[in-house]
Design a protein around this ligand. Structure first.
Ligand code: ADP
Ligand code: MG
Length: 333
């Protein structure tokens, strides 16, 4: 491999000191009879997990695919680390971007290991290096290489296949991950587990992630920022708490719907709501580190107006009132 190929695209510091990893500038996509993207402007900072959220057909997949050039905009520019993606070659795109899709796209005639090291092979890594890296990635996503490396995709569950898809996307260590409804095809418990593990991984790897979903709960759970889209346009781009707490348009409000209150509570840490214990210690409690929603759920399950808060040793050290929870939920209305 030449030195030039080893080099990552240069990075550009924004005025705020933040590094922008992906920037969409007035991106328009026109089909003969339909405008799928109507001038999208969006910036994704390095190391952030941003979801593209919105109803089916609003243009999420189209926007995502302009980044790895599976779709070419009719107008506008997409920048990856400051470089116009139109000017990147195949090698630059493969090195720079990992891509995970719902239907996984594993090659049925290749083993799990071979599927995982597809990109390093295309990039010309030597056999030993790419094999070692692929095994490392399989272990990272929770698939013991000794058990899974030589299996074929048909011998995997949906959740396991999805993990292989993630291992494959991570294998060449790209700074950017594009994920299109990656957990959409698995059952809800598996989905939650994959989300949790992905969040844990992301905490370590700090990739820049652009993640498509139509599921509000998923977006609220995993995002640093949510880009809510409506027919080819950005309606609101905000943190989950801001989006839930301060919907800017009628469309956003109706998209969030009645689940807004509970979702909002799931982003509020309990510690700001804790009061000293009264004379009576509440009969049930939640951990100090829990979210307001957990306290609310506990009150709904047990009845009552006060829930205890326990420290890491399990000792009840404070309490939260139902009123405080309701107040937190309705703040900024
Ligand atoms: N090749 C195409 N020709 C015409 N319209 C298309 C084509 N591909 C996508 N579209 C339309 O563009 C819109 C956005 O599609 P898509 O980005 O896949 O939506 P989402 O991922 O948000 O569900 C949809 O209305 C879809 O029907
Ligand atoms: Mg889609």
């Amino acid at each position: 491999m030449t030195g030039r190929l080893e080099q990552a695209p240069s990075e550009v510091a924004e005025p705020g000191g933040q590094f922008t990893a992906i920037r969409f500038e007035n991106v328009v996509k026109r089909y003969t009879d339909f405008e799928a993207l109507r001038g999208v402007n969006l910036e994704v900072s390095r190391g952030q997990l941003v979801t593209l959220l919105g109803p089916s057909g609003c243009g999420k997949t189209t926007l995502l695919r302009t980044v790895n050039r599976l779709i070419e905009p009719s107008q506008g520019t997409v920048y990856l680390n400051g470089q116009d993606v139109e000017k990147l070659d195949q090698v630059g795109l493969r090195r720079g971007i990992g891509y995970v899709i719902q239907s996984i796209g594993l090659f049925p005639h290749m083993t799990v290991l071979e599927n995982t090291l597809v990109v390093p092979r295309l990039l010309g890594w030597d056999r030993a290096k790419r094999g070692a890296r692929a095994r490392e990635m399989l272990a990272l996503v929770g698939l013991e290489p000794a058990t899974y490396a030589s299996r074929y995709p048909r011998e995997l569950s949906g959740g396991q296949a999805q993990r292989v898809g993630l291992a494959r996307a991570l294998c060449a260590d790209p700074p950017v991950l594009l994920m299109d409804e990656p957990f959409g095809a698995v059952d809800p418990p598996t989905r939650e587990r994959l989300q949790d593990e992905f969040l844990r991984l992301q905490g370590e790897l700090k990739k820049t992630v652009l993640f498509v979903t139509h599921d509000l709960e998923e977006a609220v759970k995993i995002s640093d920022r949510i880009c809510l889209m409506n027919i080819g346009q950005v309606e609101q781009y905000d943190t989950p708490a801001e989006l839930l707490g301060r919907p800017k348009t009628e469309f956003v409000r109706s998209f969030l719907g009645p689940s807004r209150t509970l979702l909002r509570l799931s982003r509020v840490p309990l510690d700001g709501l804790v009061e000293p214990l009264g004379v009576r210690v509440p009969p049930f409690s939640v951990a100090q580190t829990a979210m307001a929603r957990d306290a609310f759920s506990s009150l709904l399950a047990h009845g009552g107006r006060v829930v205890g808060v326990r420290d890491e040793r399990g000792k009840v050290v404070g309490m939260v009132r139902l009123e405080s929870l309701l107040q937190a939920a309705s703040e900024d209305e």
